[in-house]
Design a protein around this ligand. Structure first.
Ligand SMILES: C=C(OP(=O)(O)O)C(=O)O
Ligand SMILES: [Mg+2]
Length: 571
């Protein structure tokens, strides 16, 4: 899905790119966390005394729980109370009676304690992994308890942070809370992990500790131990063997950005006061906090499919209403743009399979096309939205994804009207819709341009194919050429694709006539600061220069020449 934490990782010019989840710059030698504890073999059986084996297993789990609590106390002693809470929660998991029963039952069937632990944890692991993004992030916690117990039972070295006399960059496949919570922030200058996302413990604890972190960096654990690296937790980059100049530039950029951002607050506007509401892209109520913290004036894209993921039936009417209301209530003075279910292609939903095997799912039954095949799913969602908004002051706007032409726009506006939704809109993410935006405009109240898909379709470059990253660039002049007619079609036109979160491109989009920008919450302050430093006229000139360019790279350079104050922001 399009978000700043998408796994759009790449390597270019010696710099590795992952997802920056905790800002700041750290430089130091790599220290990698010890390798994984091996899986005990499937046929590993005990000698026949099940009671004794049960006692061994119970003692190992209790020792792990006690060690986690001890680490929790040490974390609290260095002021990391979040860390203590996480470790205490893990200790509770290690003492879970259901888990102990599962281990005991397997031992009674003959399994040796390490194998019994491995299998019993596996059952919980599968449950957590299937329970949505937040719960799936807890799988790492569970695996860590399992590995600690197995290491204890097999007499292997305990997994965890290596010793180091000098400050270092901690590199791991993923970090468990037991590893991170007792770390001394003065010793660890950055975290880099191969896995993990914005809700992983690595991310949460790194932010709490104020340590820069990059996650989802492919190949991170192949960095040789001792290699000096520069980690930029804002940019999401890791540079092996950086020059002194590179380190100095990164530090200067961080300092410049921090002081500039501190000065820019309030609603989005250009330097000369042209208002550009700055909104957040969210996946559900859990993202509202970050949106508010970053000053979002509302929500410009509520990707509702997160509510529908990992389940065999749609969420109930009450469940939907509750998830929508919790978001709507958070913005009493603002607007919330909800996108109806965007199922199919990169967002497959188990209970809404494509009607036939599709060779090109991105060009198949997805978005509005899919919900037209299941009108009861669409009308249930619209009804839940109308109920959720009733009596609230917020302006609820509802838009359909993947709309191709005026007939589809009219269909969607009609079903919205039938459901009592007053402000229908459509996403402009198919080139046909952008080119003929003038035909769609009379049907709806607003547009929102999805530059992620619009770029994919304009350049015929599947957004899921990493090798095509060069063509999936919204700076492509052809994409900008398609934004222009949509923004000029006579209805308010926002952008909610990743392009809106690029400070330079945000200015260009405003110059093209875009009326609001919606992005992942951490991008808001920098975009707010970039707009506040440039006049509408400068944005327009940057837009014209970008459209006059021939390639994405030339468009970027041409635009920047008209946006002189980006440099003040270290961008
Ligand atoms: C915002 C968009 O939607 P998504 O990334 O969810 O497809 C887009 O396509 O730009
Ligand atoms: Mg899209």
């Amino acid at each position: 899905m399009g978000s700043s934490q998408d796994g759009n990782s790449s390597q270019a010019g010696g710099s590795l790119r992952g997802a920056g989840v905790s800002p700041g710059v750290g430089v130091g030698p790599v220290r990698t966390i010890a390798g994984a504890v091996p899986e005990p073999p499937a046929g590993f059986r005990h000698g026949g005394d099940a009671a004794a084996e049960r006692a061994v297993a119970a003692a190992a789990l209790e020792a792990v729980a006690a060690d986690l609590e001890d680490r929790g106390d040490r974390a609290a002693a260095v002021g990391n109370t979040d860390g203590r809470d996480v470790l205490n929660a893990q200790a509770l998991m290690a003492r879970d009676p259901g888990l102990a029963d599962g281990v005991g039952a397997r031992i009674d069937d003959g399994a040796a304690a390490p194998r019994a632990v491995f299998e019993a944890f596996g059952v919980y692991r599968d449950m957590l992994a299937g329970a949505g993004e937040y719960m799936a992030a807890r799988v790492t916690d569970l695996d860590d308890i399992r590995d600690r117990a197995i290491a204890r039972l097999l007499g292997l070295p305990m997994p965890g942070v290596p010793a180091s006399d000098e400050p270092f960059v901690l590199v791991a496949r993923d970090l468990a809370p037991a590893d991170t919570a007792v770390l001394d922030p003065a010793r660890v200058v950055a975290f880099v992990t191969e896995e993990g996302g914005p809700t992983s413990h690595t991310a949460i604890l790194a932010r709490t500790m104020g340590v820069p972190a990059v996650v989802a960096l492919p190949g991170a654990t192949s960095l040789a131990d001792g290699t000096r690296v520069l980690v930029d937790g804002s940019a999401g980059t890791v540079v092996p063997d950086p020059s002194d100049a590179e380190v100095a530039a990164a530090r200067a950029a961080v300092a410049a950005r921090a002081s500039a951002l501190a000065d820019s607050t309030g609603p989005g506007a250009t330097k000369d006061g042209h208002a550009v509401p700055l909104l957040a892209n969210i996946g559900g109520p859990k993202d509202v906090g970050a949106a508010l913290e970053n000053g979002a004036e509302g929500v410009g894209l509520y990707r509702t499919e997160f509510l529908f993921l990992d389940r065999s039936t749609p969420p109930s009417a009450d469940e939907q209403e509750d998830a929508y209301r919790r978001v709507l209530e958070a913005f009493p003075d603002g607007r919330v743009v909800v996108r109806t279910l965007d199922a199919g292609a990169d967002k497959p939903l188990a209970f809404l399979p494509a009607p036939a095997e599709e060779p090109n799912p991105a060009l198949g039954e997805r978005g509005l096309r899919m919900t037209r095949l299941h009108p009861e799913v669409l009308s249930a969602q619209l009804a839940a939205l109308a109920r959720a908004a009733s009596g609230l002051p917020v302006k609820l706007q509802v838009m359909a994804p993947m709309v191709a032409d005026a007939e589809e726009a009219a269909y969607f506006a009609g079903v919205c009207r039938d459901a009592g939704i007053e402000h229908p809109g459509v996403m402009i993410e198919i080139p046909a819709a952008a080119l003929r935006a003038r035909d769609l405009a009379p049907e709806v109240e607003f547009f929102s341009i999805g530059t992620n898909d619009l770029t994919q379709y304009t350049c015929a470059a599947d957004r899921q194919v990493g090798a095509l990253a060069g063509l999936q660039d919204p700076w492509q002049p052809a994409v900008l050429d398609l934004v222009a007619p949509a923004a000029g079609a006579g209805v308010p036109c926002g952008v909610c694709g990743e392009a809106a979160g690029d400070p330079a491109l945000a200015c260009v989009l405003v110059g093209l006539g875009v009326t609001s920008l919606s992005m992942s919450a951490p991008s808001l302050p920098l975009v707010r600061a970039a707009l506040a430093r440039h006049t509408l006229d400068e944005c327009r000139r940057a837009a014209s220069a970008a459209r006059a360019a021939r390639t994405a790279a030339e468009a970027r350079d041409a635009a920047r020449a008209h946006l002189p104050h980006l440099a003040d922001l270290g961008v």
